[in-house]
Write a protein of this length. Structure first.
Ligand code: GLU
Length: 141
């Protein structure tokens, strides 16, 4: 079962997101990731396997955003790879999700008509693309 965390902080939240995910490790997971918002841009790091792998990546490429989300994944759709790990993101939105999007194939078929192509094998990415296509969707600044 996945773990989900979110933090709105006064300083960089990346380490706190990983700490919070560590507290949820008992739930079991196959990959993990975080995304933060820094100066209007989404920064994202993901890794297969244990949180230590994500921490190592973070040490080499810090994320400085003060708002962030994190996820430990228990794959239901798509292999437990870095590419399929959450958060799923476009230039406009990053999302984490627990569970199954039952109609994701229909959503992706609809999105394909407007040129939106998934880059992962997950059901979750369909929602990130759907939100991005919405006319009211805008870059957070
Ligand atoms: N269905 C989503 C996936 O396979 C979410 C899995 C979960 O709850 O961790 O990525």
């Amino acid at each position: 079962m996945c773990g989900i965390v979110g933090i709105v902080g006064n300083g960089p939240v990346a380490d706190r997101l990983v700490d919070a995910l560590r507290r949820l490790e008992y739930r079991g997971y196959d990959s993990a990731g975080i995304a933060t918002l820094d100066g209007g841009a989404i920064g994202r790091l993901r890794a297969e396997g244990k949180l230590g792998n994500l921490s190592q990546k973070l040490a080499g490429a810090p994320l400085l955003g003060r708002i962030g989300i994190g996820h430990t994944r228990w794959a239901t759709h798509g292999a437990p790879t870095e590419q399929n790990a959450h958060p799923h993101a476009t230039e406009r939105v990053a999302i984490v999700h627990n569970g199954i999007i039952e109609n994701f194939r229909q959503l992706l078929e609809n999105l394909a008509k407007d040129g939106y192509t998934p880059t992962t094998q997950t059901d979750t990415e369909s929602v990130a693309l759907w939100v991005t296509r919405e006319p009211g969707s805008r870059r957070y600044a």
